[in-house]
Each structure stands twice: as structure tokens, then as C-alpha cells.
Design a protein around this ligand. Structure first.
Ligand SMILES: [Fe+2]
Ligand SMILES: [Fe+2]
Length: 306
């Protein structure tokens, strides 16, 4: 059962004067990826073929993901009435596919698969929270808050099932860390880049993964503030079996923040111009991260992980 319905959103409250143009391409791209949730459900049902409990949960999960796509798509059409959500999604679907014929997880184990799912939900939960705080448009705020709450529940869902499989498969911490890091690194793969392409560029334009990733990521990273990373890092630590709060988590957050800003600068250089951060003040905000160079933070982190 869904926790909310798309028709419960106050669509009448939409205020075009408060739409930040820089956020529209992000919302369009996110709508594509979310709507594609049913494909992931097919894949997960194959990987967990003999686990009816999990399959039931996945069916509900996919329904919610599709609703995320539809809600974001509906908002994007309000913000840009010339945009065709269905046509853009059809284009995305025709050009991007995950391997649906798998009978085992691409992560090497079911625990690994569920850790990867936790990483995705951590990313989306943080991202929609950041988007909700980056916009002043009331309907986008409401939609992003509803989605972020769903994504957090999804994290808990996959986390609970992961714990069940971990007790059976007994995967070590280092391997769990490697799987988590691997999935986080995939955020610059084709999925988002192609979604950005289909959602925002004309049909006759050739797809450039590098350019679309840069355009998408430069804008997306600009929405983040340290407290989003801090919360996300806590979820990552929890998923891999480390203490979510503490010095190690703080150090990792500080390091991640600096790496993210470095990536942002390199994406902005690729895009060719610095993108303004929507609404929020420059670096700082809540959840302050102590000033520390990337190298220093990395060496402290290594010392603590051992
Ligand atoms: Fe979602
Ligand atoms: Fe989700």
C-alpha cells in the first residue's frame, strides 16, 4: 500500500514565479529514472526468486518508485508545459535497459544486492531532501518531501532484508564497504546521464555521457549542504555495519563534502560556466564540517579504518 497518492499533492498551489529554472532539468531527469522502477522490480524478483516475502515488498516498492516518477513528471509539465513526459520516458526506455534476465545478483550475493539497494535509497533520500530545501516552489517542496520520506522507508526495507541475508551469507566488512563504494561510484554511469539526455535534449542530439553527467551533476551537487551528506553518511555507515554517528562518520562526511565540491568544480568547468546555488547561502549551512584538507581528512580516515 502506498503511503500517499499523487492526487493528494496540492497541485493547485503551483507557483510559476517561484520555479528555479536550474532545477527543471534535474526534475525531468529524475522522473525518468524513478518511473523505470518496474524494471528493477523484475530484476530483483529474479534474483530473489525463492523469497516471496521480499518479492511482495519489492512489488510495493516499485509502485512507489513509479509514483515518484509520475509526480516529478507532473511537476515538470507544470513548470514547462511544452515538455512531454510520456514521450521523454518512451525515449529513455527505448535506449536504456538493465539486464533483466539475471538469475543472480550482479553484486555477487544477495547481501551485496541489498547493500547496493541501500546505497541507492540513501542517495535518493538525501537528494530529494536537498531538492526540497533548494526550491521555494511549494509544490516541488511538497513532492520532494513526500518522496524523500518514501526513500528513507525504502532504505529501512532493504536494510532489514539485508540483515537477514547477512546472517546467512556472512560477508565481511571490507567486502561490504567495497560493494557500497562501487554502487556509489555508479552514480556517474549511463542511467542518470541518459535520463538527463532524454528529458532535456532534442531527439536529434547525439548522447554524450560525459556532457550529460557534467550538466546533471553540476546542478545536482549545487543543491547539497553538509547536513545532507552527514545524514547520508550515517545511512551508509549503518548499511555496511559501522557506527552511524561518531568521529569516523564525521571524518568521512568531511572528506565526502570536499570530494563532492571538487567534482562540482570539475563538472562546472566541463559545462563551461559556474552554476549558481539555488537559494541557499554558499558553503556552510547547517551541520558544519570542520575545515580540513582532502589529504588530511583522507589520512585520518585511513588511520581510523586501520
Ligand atoms: Fe524513488
Ligand atoms: Fe526508493
Amino acid at each position: 500500500m502506498k503511503h500517499w497518492h499523487i492526487d493528494q499533492v496540492d497541485w493547485d498551489m503551483f507557483d510559476p514565479s517561484r520555479v528555479e529554472p536550474a532545477l527543471i532539468p534535474l526534475v525531468k531527469a529524475a522522473a525518468m529514472v524513478e518511473r523505470n522502477g518496474t524494471d528493477y522490480a523484475i530484476y530483483l524478483n529474479r534474483v530473489f526468486a525463492d523469497d516471496p516475502d521480499f518479492q511482495g515488498a519489492v512489488e510495493n516498492w516499485a509502485t512507489e518508485e513509479v509514483q515518484h516518477g509520475d509526480a516529478l513528471g507532473r511537476w515538470a509539465v507544470l513548470a514547462d508545459p511544452a515538455w512531454n513526459y510520456e514521450a521523454a520516458f518512451a525515449r529513455y526506455k527505448a535506449g536504456y535497459a538493465i539486464p533483466l534476465d539475471a538469475d543472480a545478483s550482479v553484486r555477487g550475493s544477495r547481501t551485496g544486492e541489498l547493500i547496493a539497494r541501500c546505497m541507492v535509497e540513501t542517495g535518493t533520500s538525501s537528494y530529494y531532501t536537498a531538492l526540497a530545501e533548494a526550491t521555494e516552489e511549494p509544490v516541488l517542496q511538497q513532492v520532494c518531501k513526500l518522496i524523500a520520506a518514501d526513500e528513507y522507508r525504502h532504505f529501512k526495507l532493504f536494510y532489514d532484508h539485508m540483515r537477514r541475508y547477512l546472517a546467512r551469507e556472512k560477508i565481511g566488512l571490507l567486502r561490504r564497504l567495497r560493494i557500497a563504494a562501487g554502487r556509489i561510484g555508479e552514480s556517474e554511469d549511463d542511467e542518470l546521464a541518459f535520463a538527463y539526455h532524454c528529458g532535456n535534449l532534442p531527439e536529434d542530439r547525439a548522447f554524450s555521457r560525459v556532457d550529460c553527467t557534467a550538466a546533471y551533476m553540476a546542478r545536482a551537487i549545487a543543491c547539497y549542504r553538509p547536513h545532507h551528506l552527514q545524514r547520508g553518511m550515517g545511512m551508509i555507515f549503518k548499511a555496511v555495519g559501522l557506527k552511524p554517528r561518531g568521529r569516523l562518520s564525521d571524518l568521512a562526511t568531511g572528506l565526502a563534502w570536499r570530494l563532492l565540491q571538487r567534482r562540482r568544480r570539475s563538472f562546472e568547468a566541463r559545462v563551461g560556466r559556474a552554476l549558481p546555488s539555488p537559494r541557499l547561502s554558499p558553503a556552510g549551512g547547517r551541520g558544519g564540517v570542520a575545515p580540513l584538507s582532502v589529504r588530511k581528512a583522507l589520512s585520518r580516515l585511513r588511520e581510523r579504518v586501520g
